[in-house]
Design a protein around this ligand. Structure first.
Ligand SMILES: O=P(O)(O)OC[C@H]1O[C@H](OP(=O)(O)OP(=O)(O)O)[C@H](O)[C@@H]1O
Ligand SMILES: Nc1ncnc2[nH]cnc12
Length: 185
């Protein structure tokens, strides 16, 4: 079975490059550490191209206006995805980091609570964006990002994740927005 543009063989190889760290950052959380995968040139490249496929139509044409990534791990993946698609990259940052006027949303994630912000003029009304992140866990981060996009008058065309933690049912938080994950655990 293929997962988006990633074959079964690639899924096995990528899964081996993600390290499980028990009880980080707090007891009871099994942390999925993607740093070994990022350090592997072939793995990193396969992930970027697999995620970028969510921003293309069947003919291979880019069908989004911007790629958004969430601080911090989302930046690492979303920026090269934007370059691959030939569109701009927009950072969604934790509170207090963006210098100009922002929209702001408080949210909860698997191990805490935080606030995410987006520059009000970072995406234009009517634009379609691809939201890229490394992990979909509870969906709190992704949902907050979608709400920020909506506050700008733009549309989340799709979410693309490297890894989905299926047992946390994060997809339930994403409503009707299409979502793909290269790996599911
Ligand atoms: O689905 P959720 O429960 O919201 O969890 C997923 C989010 O958690 C992690 O980010 P984190 O806030 O730990 O920030 P980091 O990228 O700076 O490590 C991860 O990169 C996702 O953005
Ligand atoms: N279990 C987990 N591993 C890595 N990143 C995460 N973000 C939220 N939950 C996570």
């Amino acid at each position: 079975m293929a997962h988006g543009s990633v074959t079964d063989r690639a899924v096995e190889a990528l899964t081996r490059l993600v390290r499980d760290v028990p009880d980080f950052p707090e007891p009871g959380v099994l942390f999925k550490d993607i740093t070994p995968l990022l350090a592997d040139a072939a793995g990193f490249s396969a992930v970027v191209e697999g995620l970028a496929a969510a921003g293309r139509d069947a003919s291979g044409a880019t069908r989004v206006d911007k790629v958004l990534g969430m601080e911090a791990r989302g930046f690492i993946l979303a920026a090269p995805v934007a370059l691959s698609l030939g569109v701009g990259f927009v950072p969604v940052r934790k509170a207090g980091k963006l210098p100009h006027d922002t929209h702001s949303v408080a949210y909860a994630l698997e191990y805490g609570e935080a606030v995410l912000e987006l520059h009000q003029d970072a995406v234009a009304p009517g634009e379609r964006v691809l939201v890229v992140d490394d992990v979909l866990a509870t969906g709190g981060t992704a949902r907050a990002t979608h709400d920020l996009v909506t506050a700008c008058g733009a549309t989340t065309a799709s979410f693309a994740f490297l890894m989905e933690l299926g047992f946390l049912d994060g997809r339930a938080a994403l409503g009707d927005v299409p979502s793909t994950a290269l790996l599911t655990v």
